[in-house]
Design a binder for this molecule. Structure first.
Ligand SMILES: O=C(O)CCC(=O)c1ccccc1C(=O)O
Ligand SMILES: [Mg+2]
Length: 368
């Protein structure tokens, strides 16, 4: 494959309602949509999931734009690519910048799957044609959280994740458990605790959570290993896992029992697949994490989630969870708690060009 053109569109869309985490709130979502075009006129789409500000990882929309324009796009325009698996080799000498790399790598996966005329999920040997869907409650307000959970359960979601932070943890989970004693429930701390909070973290064991996601520091693997020995609740790592090597370290140290795989955070679909395989080998459970994304990243997440290790419902909610109108057609729908993997080649969704244009704030094309 020769890529002859790459188009970057910065887009911006308001969320239906603000999404709060221990680290801050998101009201408007910016992102970059990447379109790659090959010499035969085929197209592929990817999405950069970095936020406007560096609150979740150090990348932002603008740092990833710079990385793409000045480093990554010239590489893909100037090298023949036989298979998307080769891209990570080309990107190896560029440190970090996982979300920028993932955006363009996933676009090329889509293009390649279209070239070989197969749905992306089949190309990567996915096995689940219907994947269980979970949802994230984006508020720390108890009353709000309870009513959101109630309506999400009515919509059929199979797992509920709530955000916790110091001061809004035990109380919130206690109320949720009083109202919903048996729902599959998990808590995401977004790295807002330390080992000084060990008694509090132990007290959460009574809620029989599926897992607690990223309780300790963003860059920690060692202290999580200590914490996992002290608490019953399985630890799931999110922010701490950026590379394949991080997963090896976490396995060696028994730092977690579960890993949240996000294609963006780990630098692309090839890395996500390698991490999935390694986790399978070591009985580490995996699920696919969300990034309050638009439909294109969601479509890539659906493909990844069809792999056999993805047995826990991921953050794969419907387009309508966050958006009044998504940028793909059809939109992602959750029926009876499941999302169907598409049958069309590539990511299997069309671009809603009218909607994409409406939300685009900046556009640029790069040619060979
Ligand atoms: O897309 C979603 O469903 C929300 C997932 C979520 O919790 C999240 C959203 C943005 C950034 C980080 C996280 C997280 O998993 O920590
Ligand atoms: Mg998380």
């Amino acid at each position: 494959m020769m890529i002859k053109e790459v188009q970057l569109s910065i887009i911006k869309m308001p969320l239906k309602s603000p999404f709060s985490t221990a680290l801050g709130s998101v009201n408007d979502r910016e992102g970059i949509i990447i379109k790659v075009l090959d010499e035969e006129g085929r197209t592929g789409y990817g999405e950069v999931v970095a936020f406007s500000t560096p609150w979740y990882t150090e990348e932002t929309v603008r740092t990833s734009y710079h990385m793409l324009k000045d480093f990554l796009i010239p590489i893909v325009l100037n090298n023949p690519i036989k298979h998307p698996n080769e891209i990570k080799k080309y990107f190896d000498h560029i440190r970090g910048n996982q979300m920028a790399k993932a955006g363009i790598e996933t676009a090329i996966w889509d293009l390649y799957a279209k070239k070989v005329d197969r749905p992306l999920w089949k190309l990567i040997d996915g096995v689940q044609s219907e994947i269980p869907s979970g949802v994230v409650v984006g508020t720390h307000e108890i009353k709000d959280a309870l009513s959101q959970i109630d309506s999400y359960l009515q919509e059929g979601y199979k797992r509920v994740k709530v955000k916790i932070k110091p001061g809004m943890d035990y109380k919130l989970l206690k109320e949720i458990r009083n109202h919903f004693p048996t729902i599959p429930l998990m808590a995401d701390a977004n790295s807002s605790y330390s080992l000084d909070d060990i008694d509090l973290l132990k007290s959460l064991d009574e809620f029989e959570l599926l897992m607690i996601e990223q309780p300790l520091a963003v860059d920690d693997i060692v202290e999580h290993s200590f914490l996992q020995k002290e608490i019953q609740t399985p630890i799931c790592l999110d922010e701490s896992i950026i590379t394949y090597h991080d997963v090896k370290s976490a396995i060696l140290l028994n730092s977690c029992k579960v890993i949240n795989i996000k294609i963006g955070r780990v630098g692309g679909l090839s890395n996500a697949l390698a991490i999935h395989d390694l986790c399978q080998k070591h009985q580490i459970q995996v699920w696919c994490g969300g990034m309050i994304e638009f439909g294109i990243s969601r479509a890539h997440n659906i493909a990844l989630s069809t792999k056999e290790g993805f047995t826990i419902p991921g953050d794969i909610s419907a387009s309508s969870r966050f958006w009044n109108e998504d940028i793909i057609l059809p939109e992602v729908e959750v029926k009876h708690g499941f999302v169907k993997a598409p049958i069309q080649p590539g990511i299997g969704f069309e671009i809603n060009t009218k909607r994409l244009q409406e939300v685009t704030t900046y556009i640029e094309k790069y040619k060979k």
